[in-house]
Design a protein around this ligand. Structure first.
Ligand SMILES: Cc1cc2nc3c(=O)[nH]c(=O)nc-3n(C[C@H](O)[C@H](O)[C@H](O)COP(=O)(O)O)c2cc1C
Length: 178
């Protein structure tokens, strides 16, 4: 059985959670999955803030995520993905020359590793890209030199939720061989 593909197929964005707290050991396993990710020149420009304190989750979701992501208020945990862009060659010269933001790409890879590890542990997630970075940094006391790239809501799916399966493009549309 292709276990990785099974987990990938099972994953869906979940926007309604039960109140059950997320175990610290599972959060640490997710961080381990991120830690082992590939990154441009192995610069590992990621830092993660796991928000489990209910007051902070409430403040962050109510104030920094705004009404468009109001659903996030049911999540018992947030995983905030930040970048530290320190390496002059990889993060400035190579990014300027190629036009590709390697440090953002690296964060995306690491955070999706987390998503898949969470799914494999019976947890559910949803990426959140729409938020106020300024408010989030203030609420969570995130260092000034870090950028918040994206965050994940994290928790156990609400038992009454029947998640929708999103339509995906067919293989022949996205893959060509040469
Ligand atoms: C970078 C990124 C940002 C996203 N931002 C949001 C968001 O702010 N709010 C939201 O409800 N979903 C957000 N999503 C989730 C997408 O809407 C979702 O992945 C897409 O509709 C496909 O559904 P699926 O994840 O169930 O396959 C985001 C996804 C990604 C990858």
């Amino acid at each position: 059985m292709n276990q990785v593909l099974e987990v990938i197929k099972r994953r869906k964005s979940i926007r309604k959670y039960s109140s059950r707290a997320v175990e610290k050991e599972k959060i640490i396993k997710m961080a381990e999955a991120a830690r082992l990710s590939p990154s441009a020149s192995n610069k590992q420009p990621w830092r993660f803030v796991a928000v489990t304190d209910p007051d902070l989750v409430k403040q962050a979701t109510a104030s920094a995520l705004g009404s468009i992501n109001a659903w996030a208020r049911s999540a018992p945990c947030l995983m905030v993905g930040c970048s530290v862009r320190k390496d002059v060659i990889t993060h400035w010269i190579a990014e300027a020359a190629s036009g590709v933001k390697f440090h953002i790409l690296d964060l995306g890879i690491a955070m999706e590793h987390m998503v898949l590890q969470a799914e494999a542990l019976g947890l559910s997630t949803c990426w959140v890209g729409w938020f106020s970075e300024r408010k989030l940094k203030k609420i969570l006391n995130i260092p000034a030199g870090w950028r918040v790239v994206s965050l994940l809501t994290l928790g156990y799916k609400h038992e009454k939720l029947a998640p929708k399966t999103k339509k995906k493009l067919p293989l022949e549309k996205i893959l060509t061989f040469r």
